[in-house]
Write a protein that binds this ligand. Structure first.
Ligand code: C2O
Ligand code: CU
Ligand code: CU
Length: 565
């Protein structure tokens, strides 16, 4: 068995005496709550290995970020200050927000700028997270440390007798594979990961009280899956999946978590005072083709693949004053959406060439910021069939919403996959997943939502697509009533001419939105004629970048993208 420790020692820093079992207390991220939350994303250095200053990125600190605590129903404004010296975005992974607030690759925050999305919290109590999503740079920024937790709390969860003392019996734990070079710098790649961090430390040790303890597990890695379990095979109970409570706790001794996935587990430490538990990842037991296990056809393996290793040591101390001592038997009632009247979509993963382990496609295409896969309507039920023709498992994720998994490889999923989720593993070699979702609360005729593989190197490499949800407010605007605008010169300096084929004469409205969906200007155009019209649209003082121009005449909406040089 290869151990992490051996990996650390083999990398040639013999001059430094690392005690054989040096362990670092697992830091608990600070919390932020309230209606206004400020996040500054910035560079820093962090001493992850003794004596080494590792270059890292963090929110409000040098590495990782604070936990954002939100109450269902509250309004929140997040001011994200970008001090990275580079463009970034911040995506609220799992939260039900509009495309303009979601922090997708379209919603860029330029260096030294502040982005301030504001929205009501429409989610159920669960563990969410935030991370950058700049197309092509998501992996780099996340690997360097840009990631944090979001806890949503609600009345239903608050009524249950569950541990919820933050950092004591309710503990956020982000697990991340990374690759360190000989100088202990984080490498911008994820093929040969050689270390595992928990809350930013290697060989982490945590003190937990002798009672029922809740651990909120997040796989914040770029690539590899964890197969969590205790070294003594102690049973634990999963109570929540990505986006909500399960109907009832599910007893497990192993739990696979793919990149992007979360799980809340309860571990009964009531009889364990004075004991030390070891949480491990059992890579040798991962199904074939799951990154971290063995690859199909003897594909390339990293030093931590197909091996079992410790990810966290837990020392059990005295119980707290008011401990939770039992696990509730029932939690919630998940109501899976009815498929009646649903639109169905097929989404296929493929590799080129077929055996490739790095070059992946969705519906035979690479992601293109300008290309939308399909358009649906707000409130319409969507049933997606996702198939995987590649040799490896891919975690599929959708933005701005959760879904229910109906089938995995044609069969009903296990009980811990029957709750609200936003990441689902699509098994390799003709594997399939069927899910149902509905974009109930938001639509945007111009800004798309993303779906993608949450292996960040795959996502950055184009294993991503996007779709438009038309808001119900303009439900009369079906596809035939939409048209595209011809805009020239495009790119231009701001003096554009729009050509549109107007169905009737009269007044029209011209709007200009920023690339992140903010309405910048509305103009009334009076007395337009019918037929093909050339309409001048002159804007001054626009910063370089791209914008959406929309012309609305009666029921008819035309929109197009303009680039300002
Ligand atoms: Cu957590 Cu689109 O990602
Ligand atoms: Cu997401
Ligand atoms: Cu993938």
């Amino acid at each position: 068995m290869k151990s992490i420790l051996k990996q650390l020692v083999c990398c040639g820093f013999a001059a430094i005496t690392v005690p054989a079992f040096a362990q670092t207390p697992v830091p608990i991220p600070p919390t932020l709550s309230g209606n206004t939350i400020d996040l500054t994303v910035q560079h820093g250095t962090t001493e992850i290995y003794p004596g080494f200053a590792t270059n890292t990125v963090g929110y409000n600190g040098s590495f990782l970020g604070p936990t954002i605590l939100l109450d269902a129903g509250q309004q929140v404004t997040l001011n994200v200050h970008n001090q990275l010296g580079d463009t970034t975005t911040v995506h609220w992974h799992g939260l039900n927000v509009s495309p303009a607030n979601d922090g997708s690759p379209h919603v860029m925050i330029m260096a030294d700028e502040t982005w301030s999305p504001s929205f009501p919290v429409l989610d159920k109590a669960a563990t969410y997270w935030y991370h950058p999503h700049l197309h092509g740079k998501t992996m780099d920024q996340v690997l360097l440390g840009a990631a944090g937790f979001i806890f949503v709390r609600d009345a239903e969860e608050a009524a249950l007798d569950l541990p919820r003392t933050y950092g004591t019996d309710d503990v956020p734990l982000v697990f991340q594979f990374k690759t360190f070079d000989a100088d202990k710098q984080i490498m911008m790649e994820d093929e040969m990961d050689n270390a595992v961090l928990v809350n930013g430390v290697v060989d982490g040790v945590l003190n937990s009280p002798a009672q029922v303890v809740r651990y909120r597990l997040l796989n914040g890695s770029s690539h590899r899956f964890f197969n969590f379990g205790f070294s003594n095979n102690k049973q634990f109970k999963q109570i929540a999946s990505d986006a909500g409570l399960l109907d009832a706790p599910v007893a497990l001794t192993r739990l696979i978590l793919a990149p992007g996935e979360r799980a809340e587990i309860l571990v009964d430490l009531g009889n364990e005072q004075g004991n030390t538990l070891t949480l491990k990842s059992f890579g040798t037991e991962l199904p074939q083709g799951f990154p971290g296990g063995t690859m199909m056809m003897g594909g390339m393996e990293g030093p931590l693949d197909d091996t079992d290793f410790s990810v966290l040591t837990i020392h059990v101390g005295a119980p707290t004053n008011d401990p939770v001592t039992t696990v509730p038997t029932a939690l919630t009632t998940n109501e899976v959406l009815s498929q009646t009247g649903a639109a169905t979509r097929s989404i296929g993963f493929s590799a080129q060439p077929m055996m490739s382990m790095t070059n992946f496609f969705i519906n035979n295409k690479k992601f293109d910021m300008e290309e939308v896969e399909f358009t649906t309507e707000q409130d319409k039920v969507e049933v997606w069939n996702i198939t995987n023709q590649t040799m490896m498992a891919h975690p599929f994720h959708i933005h701005g919403n959760h879904f229910y998994v109906l089938q995995v490889n044609g069969a009903t999923p296990p009980p811990n996959m029957r709750g609200r989720k936003d990441v689902v593993v699509v098994p390799p070699m003709n594997g399939s997943v069927k899910l149902v979702t509905r974009y109930e609360n938001y639509g945007d005729p111009m800004l798309p939502y993303m779906f993608h593989c949450h292996i960040l190197s795959h996502e950055d490499g184009g294993m991503m697509g996007q779709f438009i949800v038309n808001p119900t407010a303009s439900a009369t605007t079906d596809l035939e009533q939409q048209g595209s605008l011809t805009i020239s010169p495009n790119p231009g300096k701001g003096n554009f001419v729009i050509e549109a084929d107007l169905p009737q004469a009269g007044d029209a409205t011209l709007t200009l939105h920023s690339s992140d969906g903010r309405l910048l200007e509305t103009r009334k155009l009076e007395g337009l004629n019918t037929g093909i019209q050339q309409i001048p649209a002159n804007f001054t003082g626009l910063a370089a970048g791209w914008y959406w121009l929309t012309l609305q005449r009666g029921e008819r909406v035309f929109s197009g993208k303009v680039v300002v040089e």
